[in-house]
Design a protein around this ligand. Structure first.
Ligand code: C2E
Ligand code: MG
Ligand code: MG
Ligand code: MG
Length: 288
């Protein structure tokens, strides 16, 4: 009887696995479809330069307009795209689309694009970037690639070599989600990132922990000594902004300044949020 139940349990498990495998298979088919029919699109979130008092860049954030399920956020489909390799053509599309859109903006406004580890390790990445720059006419230094620390875990030497060859194309490189992964200071010394993006988890803690403020201070001090900019991610209220400014953070990004917006809203936002140096005319939504 015990044996019988065990087999039943196993069959139940098998059925559940089948359902999960099938769900993933269907999603993979849907994702192929989405690429083919142009159901992927980009939203753009501004990065605000605190000392200049103006928007310095927009980060391209991928969305999937699913015919039945509505808008799907990247967290729900990028892992699958990475497992299946679909992130390579999707990521190439993101780079081309982002460059195409950004070339119409003022020269001082950059476009930041997230590059998945799978895409980074693909040998075709440089060619994709060169083609996107050539097609759009965007100056290379206006394209900023965001990569994550996880790339340094497996093969730091190969990662460094690839970073240097990307840098030789003239593009900028930012370290995204800093402090969440395999945080070692050695690779900050080995590669001159243009920017460090401090992960949102540190910003969330700012108002209730002195430790978080000390961490921000040490990151901005280190970054400045290494000639790197800093962007605080996920800034949601004035209290966080005040601390970040006081601790020497150079840029902010977050719902307090602006949520990700559609391409047609960008020009209006840029026009409304330019201010003088001392007093950036922020028109924020306080999320606290
Ligand atoms: P990320 O690169 O760290 O991007 C920041 C994420 O934080 C975005 O989520 C953004 O909407 C969200 N965010 C910004 N400000 C705030 C805030 O004040 N509060 C809160 N709660 N969230 C805020 P999103 O768009 O869902 O993207 C999630 C992640 O998906 C990104 O994290 C990035 O790792 C990945 N991703 C997005 N687009 C792409 C892409 O084109 N390619 C690749 N490979 N990954 C992408
Ligand atoms: Mg990013
Ligand atoms: Mg980030
Ligand atoms: Mg993040």
């Amino acid at each position: 009887r015990a044996k019988h139940e065990g087999r039943g349990g196993f069959r139940f498990f098998e059925a559940a696995m089948d359902a999960e495998a099938q769900r993933r298979r269907q999603m993979e088919l849907d994702l192929h479809d989405a690429i083919e029919h142009g159901h992927l699109f980009l939203m753009f979130q501004p990065l605000f330069n605190l000392s200049e008092g103006r928007i310095s860049a927009f980060e391209a954030l991928l969305r999937w307009q699913h015919p039945e399920r509505g808008t799907i956020p990247p967290a729900d489909f990028i892992p699958l795209a990475e497992d299946t390799g679909l992130i390579v053509p999707i990521g190439a599309w993101v780079i081309r689309e982002a460059c195409r859109i950004a070339c119409d903006w003022p020269d001082h406004v950059r476009i930041a694009v997230n590059v998945s580890p799978v895409q980074f390790r693909n040998p075709g990445l440089s060619a994709v970037i060169l083609q996107a720059l050539a097609e759009s006419g965007l100056a290379p230094e206006r394209l900023e690639l965001e990569i994550t620390e996880s790339l340094f875990i497996d093969n730091p030497q190969t990662t460094l070599a690839s970073l240097h060859s990307l840098r030789n194309l003239g593009v900028r490189v930012a370290l995204d989600d800093f402090g969440t992964g395999y945080s070692s200071l050695s690779y900050l010394r080995s590669f001159p990132f243009d920017k460090i993006k401090i992960d949102r988890s540190f910003i969330i803690d700012l108002l209730n922990s002195d430790g978080a403020t000390a961490i921000i201070k040490s990151i901005t001090t280190l970054a400045e000594a290494l000639g790197m900019e800093t962007t605080a991610e996920g800034v949601e209220n004035a209290g966080q902004l005040d601390i970040l400014r006081a601790q020497g953070c150079s840029h902010i990004q977050g719902y307090y300044f602006s949520k990700p917006i559609g391409v047609t809203e960008i020009t209006a936002l840029m026009a409304s949020k330019t201010g003088d140096e001392a007093n950036p005319r922020l028109e924020p939504t306080d999320m606290s």
